[in-house]
Design a protein around this ligand. Structure first.
Ligand SMILES: Cc1cc2nc3c(=O)[nH]c(=O)nc-3n(C[C@H](O)[C@H](O)[C@H](O)COP(=O)(O)OP(=O)(O)OC[C@H]3O[C@@H](n4cnc5c(N)ncnc54)[C@H](O)[C@@H]3O)c2cc1C
Length: 806
């Protein structure tokens, strides 16, 4: 066994084998995989091993397409062919028009990744899958490339290719400890000796937290028991003359695929069970949980009704095994928060279908620092301090119960809520607030007009449309107040702070005390990594503020680039402070009435920052605006939040102050052309391609990503960021929708919604460079149907910023 290598991948299921293989593909061949037993002896060996192309984001669709391409190539390898039923096809069923609309949206989104889904009616579903009844069925989504694979052969094939390229695989070699050294390298302690390496990868399936504990972290991953059974032969399958497509049924929560001439039927029952919460027997190897078909009788009835043939055949095998879940159902693939040179590929609940793609994206991240797609949807840093084992278990159960029921826009499911709150949360709830969650924080979406008001989540405009219109009007004409909790806030101090920040940010940073500016941080590929509000507070203190979701991500990036001499210090204030946003033409009068000092435009112009008291609450006030109206961000410690809120409410009484929420903010920021991190700001594009030219100072001698950005600029822009107005009023576009020119997808929507002040349906997105000129006529697929659209200037409301400067 080697004692020194570059990467040690721990775990020999699909996750580990795929990572090892792809590391060699990316050119790193001095890599090792260690497995405590035999390859595939965790969950992988007993997987139903269906391989599907469906995903809810382009990254997921893209990585699954990679799996499919790779598995096909492996299956056709004459030296080591493997069993892969490629392109049997698959159907996701629907019994409501709302779900069908979702499928139309997803089909449009997949088109941008060159994947052709098809939305079909009930009769067509039955024609393609002759065993199903069309009772209570409207139609479904057809995924032509679905299939299934032999999981053990797949892992062996990947390990074999990796070995051929120079990688080594050590079986029956449990990892028993991990030590990290001063230089961030690791020693992996195994029962057969130690291996020193630069990087470790946790790919340990349901034992993820045993290995996590060895490096002092807890991963938000919980296991569920999951069952399927195999039937005896069904004559109709043999008679059909073609293989049965896969089936996914969100109506009765089951799936099935053909196995020999019978069916494999798997269940997502409501009475589901977590597994291994109090530790896992070390001897649970190549093992299963006891059969428990009683648990799935509710689901079985639905499956029998949909597929009557199931009632006529016997069951010959039941498989019940642990399957891992995370808080939002997507896996954790990427850097482990707070651990330098530690990566993970864990929480895979569809690891056979996705594993090829996840290993591919992880290997790219390890070798190049970034993958070809923006990987935020699978980034382990998207969960932060709230993501403990209890919450993960609650969310895992909820997710399992809703396995095939995708989230509608703005849908935030109830399990484990409230997660993170501030002292204002119950106060705002009493005022009628409806909440959504951002990085676990309960954030006001809108104020309900009546206690029994209910929004039906949909891909169309909802009942909340008029509520939001009224909130926007109040902000536009008078003054509104909202809480933006969880905003990421890092205090930067130290003698080297300013110069260091100047190197991290690609544009100019506010050098004068009392000034605020927007800065963009690039990765080493010259593409957009982070966005920050930079406030030069007072002598030696800069506040770095960014989206709530970026808490661990940005801290990781900044920490990784700190100078070694200790001249710059970072301190997170994220969980201790909150923002009250006061916005509208009367905002100044309200602030002036609540806070001593001169708040006039002359004394405190746009883009200023100052320490002050709001009522009796200590505060940091910034004159910045995401709404396009005169606005103040009032940052207050949580302990003083209620006091500040009361002071502003009292001062606002004379001015008709009204509460508003994030839906109204979203509408207004779209009109201003302001961008959202990880919707519009992604690692796939440079700041120039993202339309951020004015935030880049190429004249600066140096900044992170500059050499790569120069190369990218020389090579020419690949895409351009545009705003569009759409010619329809029934629905907004949604992130992922295709932008079409003469029948061809030439771009993708990143975010969209109704602009209530301008009365237009707005979409933003990236298009091929030739389609970016204002006035260009395109169409955007809204719920799958083309709608005429026109490229417009990015800022559609008060482009001169007269209102924010007022
Ligand atoms: C019943 C069932 C049906 C499923 N059907 C499908 C399906 O149809 N399609 C699909 O895509 N997915 C399906 N899945 C999910 C899929 O099987 C898993 O996502 C996938 O197998 C997980 O692979 P993994 O490599 O992450 O974990 P595992 O396969 O569990 O591999 C982890 C490996 O790490 C090793 N390990 C653990 N600790 C250590 C240590 N200390 N030192 C060294 N090695 C260690 C283990 O021995 C194990 O081999 C199904 C799962 C179940 C339970």
């Amino acid at each position: 066994m080697k004692t020194q290598t570059r990467v040690v991948v721990i775990g020999g299921g699909i996750a580990g084998c795929s990572t090892l293989y792809h590391l060699t593909q990316e050119g790193w061949t001095d890599v090792v995989l260690v497995e405590r037993n035999e390859l595939t002896s965790g969950t992988t060996w007993h997987s139903a091993a269906q391989v599907t192309n469906f995903g809810m984001t382009q990254t997921m669709v893209g990585l699954k397409s990679h799996s499919i391409r790779l598995y096909k190539e492996l299956a056709e390898d004459p030296e080591y062919p493997i069993n892969y039923h490629h392109a049997d096809g698959g159907i996701r069923l629907a019994n409501t028009e709302r779900v069908m609309e979702g499928y139309r949206h997803f089909a449009s989104m997949a088109k941008g990744m060159d994947v052709d889904f098809e939305v079909i009616d009930a009769a067509e579903c039955a024609r393609r899958h002759p065993l199903i009844s069309t009772d209570n069925l409207i139609g479904g989504l057809w995924d032509p490339l679905d299939g299934d694979i032999d999981p053990a052969q797949l892992c062996q094939a990947l390990a074999r290719r990796a070995r051929k390229a120079g990688a080594e695989v050590y079986r029956n070699t449990p990892v028993i400890g991990l030590t990290q050294h001063q230089d961030d390298s690791w020693t992996v302690h195994t029962t057969h000796g130690d291996i020193r390496c630069e990087i470790v990868v946790n790919a340990c399936g349901y034992r993820v937290n045993e290995v996590g504990a060895m490096m002092g972290v807890h991963h938000p991953v919980a296991s569920m028991e999951h069952q399927y059974f195999l039937t005896e032969e069904i004559p109709a399958i043999r008679e059909a003359g073609h293989r049965m497509p896969l089936l996914r049924c969100p109506i009765s929560d089951y799936y099935c695929r053909q196995e020999k001439f019978g069916l494999l039927v798997g269940f997502y029952e409501q009475g589901c069970k977590t597994w291994g919460m109090d530790g896992i027997d070390p001897n649970f190897v190549n093992a299963l949980c006891p059969d428990d078909l009683d648990r799935v009788t509710d689901v079985l009835e639905g499956a029998f009704a949909r597929m009557p043939a199931l009632t006529e055949v016997g069951i010959h095998t039941v498989v019940n095994g642990p399957i891992t879940y995370t808080i939002d159902g997507a896996p954790l693939v990427g850097p482990i928060p707070g651990k330098r040179n530690g990566f993970c590929i864990i929480g895979l609940r569809a690891g056979l279908g996705e594993g090829g793609g996840h290993g591919w994206l992880l290997a790219q991240q390890i070798v190049h620092g970034e993958a070809c797609y923006d990987t935020w949807v699978i980034d382990p840093r998207r969960f932060t301090g709230h993501a403990n084992v209890e919450l993960t278990a609650l969310k895992a159960v909820e997710d399992y119960q809703n396995e095939f029921r995708f989230h509608f826009p703005h849908e935030h499911r109830p399990a484990g809520r409230p997660m993170k709150t501030t002292p204002l949360t119950p106060i705002l709830a009493a005022e009628g607030a409806e909440f959504g969650t951002v990085n676990g924080w309960e954030r006001v979406a809108y104020i309900k007009p009546a206690p029994d008001f209910h929004e039906t989540h949909s891909f169309r405009f909802t009942e909340a449309f008029d509520v939001v219109a009224a909130e926007v009007k109040a902000v536009q004409e008078g003054v509104g107040l909202t809480e933006v909790n969880g905003f990421n806030r890092i205090e930067i101090t130290g003698p080297g702070a300013r110069d260091w920040l100047d190197r991290m940010v690609c544009g100019r940073i506010p050098r004068k005390e009392g000034k605020v500016g927007l800065g963009y941080l690039l990765n080493h590929h010259g593409c957009v990594k982070a966005e920050a509000t930079l406030a030069n507070l007072d002598e030696g203190t800069i506040w770095y503020g960014s989206a709530a979701a970026s808490e661990y991500h940005d801290m990781d990036w900044l920490t990784a680039h700190l100078p070694k001499d200790g001249s710059v210090k970072l301190r997170s204030l994220t969980n201790d402070w909150t923002i009250l946003v006061l916005a509208g033409p009367k905002a100044r009068e309200v602030l002036q009435a609540a806070s001593r000092g001169d708040w006039s435009a002359a004394a405190f112009p746009w883009l200023s920052v100052r320490r002050a008291f709001v009522g009796i609450a200590p505060a940091v006030v910034m004159s910045v605006s995401f709404s396009g109206e005169l606005a103040y961000e009032i940052h207050v410690p949580n302990a003083s939040l209620y006091a500040a809120y009361l002071a502003l409410r009292r001062a606002g009484e004379a001015h008709g102050l009204r509460l508003f929420g994030s839906y109204a903010v979203e509408s207004m920021r779209l009109e201003k052309g302001y961008l959202h991190w990880k919707a519009d700001l992604v690692t796939e594009f440079t700041p120039f391609e993202t339309g951020l030219d004015r935030f880049v100072a190429m004249a600066k001698p140096d900044f992170t990503g500059k050499p790569a950005l120069e190369r990218m600029v020389a090579a020419g822009a690949r895409r351009a960021f545009v705003s569009l107005v759409l010619d329809c009023t029934h629905a907004p576009a949604h992130g992922g929708d295709s932008i079409i020119h003469e029948g061809r997808a030439v771009g993708t929507v990143t975010s969209a919604g109704w602009g209530h002040r301008i009365g237009r349906n707005i979409a933003m997105g990236f298009v091929e460079s030739g389609f970016a000129a204002p006035g260009t006529r395109l169409s955007v697929e809204v719920i799958g149907a083309p709608v005429a659209a026109e490229v417009v200037e990015g800022c559609l409301y008060d482009p001169e910023n007269v209102r924010v400067r007022a």
